[in-house]
Design a protein around this ligand. Structure first.
Ligand SMILES: NC(=O)c1ccc[n+]([C@@H]2O[C@H](COP(=O)([O-])OP(=O)(O)OC[C@H]3O[C@@H](n4cnc5c(N)ncnc54)[C@H](O)[C@@H]3O)[C@@H](O)[C@H]2O)c1
Length: 423
């Protein structure tokens, strides 16, 4: 359904001014026309999650990718799961000219999110943009402004907010199950054999300068000669990624904000380096070993740690309350452990029972719920779970960590001016 089209029809039939509620109701039964910009690893997965978890009617009418191999994969996914053949594009600006498209998913590398989101909003599309919202704090602020001006529904891909275990953790914290929470430990650990370095994803064997549009991939990034590693392993280079800060950490500061009712930290000190994947032949720029310490207003602290050389503890968040601990591990296990105070726990704490919930594959459920929520919010049926302002809050914490790491200084966030400075 094109909104312009539905608006025209409505005006014709009703002959009256449009109230937003009526317009939303008007959308409910129409087929939403969707488009995908970026059908690489995440884009393809999001397509699968859309078909598995969203409420009809919708149609993926168009896809766009600058590597012909991934463009073909996206088209194939739509054909097999959606039953239609989408229009395919190499240039997202051409896709955005299609007025029948209501909403677009942006699942491209981080440095492209800003220009694509701004262009999509100008073209009147609703957006689902993958995290991090943008490559810098300033770019993110511009996307927030454009989204607010447009009135469009902008969901950011921080899907932990749609994960039933984090929703449960939030309820438990609000009920006082763990007492006061001043301290959260969050961590993400990975490991692999020496012949499989972290983030050195396999480069498609047939990729070359003819089927990989290097200039469009660079977009606003500094110009340089064609480099397959940079295109297919973009997470390893500062021009296109914030590395651990914006790829992994943002998920965990975001969900800590969600569970504990926080927004943006007051300060960040980060440290680390390239310790594990330091072979001279590896030209990676972003650290594989990273710690960040955050202070929030009102006595709240996050101790973040990430290392790509040991996977013993997996990943998760530990909400360390004065009366107990809630731990969410690998997005699929939640445990609750009351404090014992060496056998002297007050009765209201001693009465609390340990708890463990295990939901294998719960991240898939969360992503399905997150995409479904975006469509339902466009239809005016649900409140959006991760609006653009929340996505920007998550991105700010990631960018603060990168800024601290690169400058070897503490970064302070000024909420009044919405700008950072160094201590
Ligand atoms: N929410 C999550 O848990 C989660 C998980 C993984 C990735 N992501 C995010 O998804 C995004 C994509 O990551 P990925 O792992 O899929 O990367 P990827 O490299 O696998 O896919 C990116 C795709 O974008 C295409 N592309 C590059 N430049 C383009 C352009 N100018 N126009 C159109 N297409 C272009 C590439 O050809 C590729 O197919 C990133 O923002 C990443 O942080 C989020």
């Amino acid at each position: 359904m094109s909104e312009d089209f539905s608006r025209r029809n409505f005006v014709k039939s009703a002959g009256t001014a449009l109230a937003p509620a009526v317009l939303a109701a008007q959308n409910v039964n129409s087929e939403l026309q969707l488009a995908w910009i970026g059908t690489g690893s995440r884009g393809n997965y999001l397509l699968e999650m859309l078909y598995k978890g969203s409420v009809q009617p919708f149609k993926v009418a168009a896809t766009c990718d600058t590597f012909t191999g991934n463009l073909a994969k996206g088209k194939d996914r739509v054909q097999t799961m959606g039953g239609n053949t989408p229009k395919t594009y190499n240039d997202y600006r051409e896709l955005l000219l299609d007025k029948s498209i209501d909403a677009v998913v942006i699942a491209t590398p981080e440095h492209l999110h800003h220009s694509m989101a701004i262009a999509a909003l100008k073209a009147g599309k609703h957006i689902y943009v993958e995290k991090p919202l943008s490559h810098t704090i300033e770019e993110g602020a511009e996307v927030v402004k454009a989204a607010e001006k447009s009135g469009k529904v902008v969901q950011v891909g921080t899907q932990n907010r749609s994960n039933s275990l984090y929703i449960k953790a939030k309820e438990m914290v609000a009920q006082g199950m763990v007492g006061d929470v001043h301290y959260v430990r969050a961590f993400w650990y990975r490991n692999s054999l020496p012949d499989n370095p972290a983030w050195r994803y396999t480069i498609p064997g047939d990729a070359n300068e003819q089927n990989t549009d290097w200039a469009k991939f660079l977009g606003p990034a500094p110009k340089r000669a064609f480099h397959k590693g940079r295109y297919y392993q973009w997470r390893l280079y500062w021009d296109y990624s914030g590395g651990i800060s914006t790829d992994l950490l943002v998920h965990q500061t975001d969900v800590t904000n969600f569970v504990c009712g926080r927004t943006v930290p007051h300060s960040c000190v980060a440290s680390g380096g390239i310790y594990r994947w330091a072979d001279a032949s590896d030209d990676r720029e972003v650290p594989d070993t990273f710690s960040a310490i955050y202070e929030y207003p009102d006595k709240f602290h996050i101790n973040y740690s990430c290392y790509f050389g040991n996977v013993r503890y997996g990943y998760g968040e530990q909400f360390l309350g004065n009366e107990g601990t809630i731990e969410v591990l690998n997005r699929q296990i939640l445990t609750f452990t009351p404090e014992t105070f060496g056998g002297k726990a007050p009765p209201h704490v001693a009465a609390r029972k340990e708890m463990k919930i295990e939901l294998p594959g719960n991240d898939n459920n969360a992503v399905q719920a997150h995409v479904r929520n975006w469509l339902e919010a466009i239809r005016g049926k649900e409140k959006l779970v991760a609006p653009v302002q929340i996505g920007q809050q998550a991105a700010i914490s990631g960018h603060m960590a990168t800024l601290s790491f690169k400058n070897k200084r503490m970064v302070i966030w000024d909420d009044k001016t919405q700008k950072h400075r160094f201590a």
